[in-house]
Ligand binder design. Structure first.
Ligand SMILES: [Zn+2]
Length: 128
């Protein structure tokens, strides 16, 4: 990967990290209390809001961790960034621009997912 593409991806990672940090966790408890005061019919909605909020918070924490790990990899070893950790082929820049935290090329990623017991194949991944 050339330095310009890497700089572009790094800038994107920083922007995403800052956005995620600024967003913060959703307040799960506050939403439930508000719903309880209304009436019992709101309880299932509050329960649903709680599940959505906790899923969202977990996804956000995972995304943030992946982004921070990618930024560390760029800082530690810029030349190796964008190289598939399994087959050591360059990951297409287009894939990295969409998902800068990926560590594997599409072929290796799909190979790993297929190895997992009960894993379903997803074709939502970007192909270049
Ligand atoms: Zn690979």
């Amino acid at each position: 990967m050339d330095a310009a593409a890497r700089a572009r991806i790094e800038a994107r990672l920083r922007a995403q990290r800052d956005a995620l940090r600024a967003e913060g966790d959703l307040e799960i408890a506050a939403e439930i209390d508000t719903a309880r005061k209304v009436d019992d019919d709101a309880a299932p909605l509050a329960e649903m809001a709680k599940v959505i909020a906790s899923n969202r918070n977990r996804a956000r924490a995972e995304e943030l961790a992946q982004i921070e790990a990618a930024l560390l990899r760029i800082a530690d070893d810029p030349e190796d960034f964008g190289i598939c950790e399994q087959c050591e082929e360059p990951i297409p820049t287009r894939r990295l621009e969409l998902m800068p935290w990926v560590r594997l090329c599409i072929a290796c990623q799909e190979g790993r997912e297929a190895d997992k017991p009960g894993a379903r194949r997803h074709l939502t991944d970007y192909r270049s």
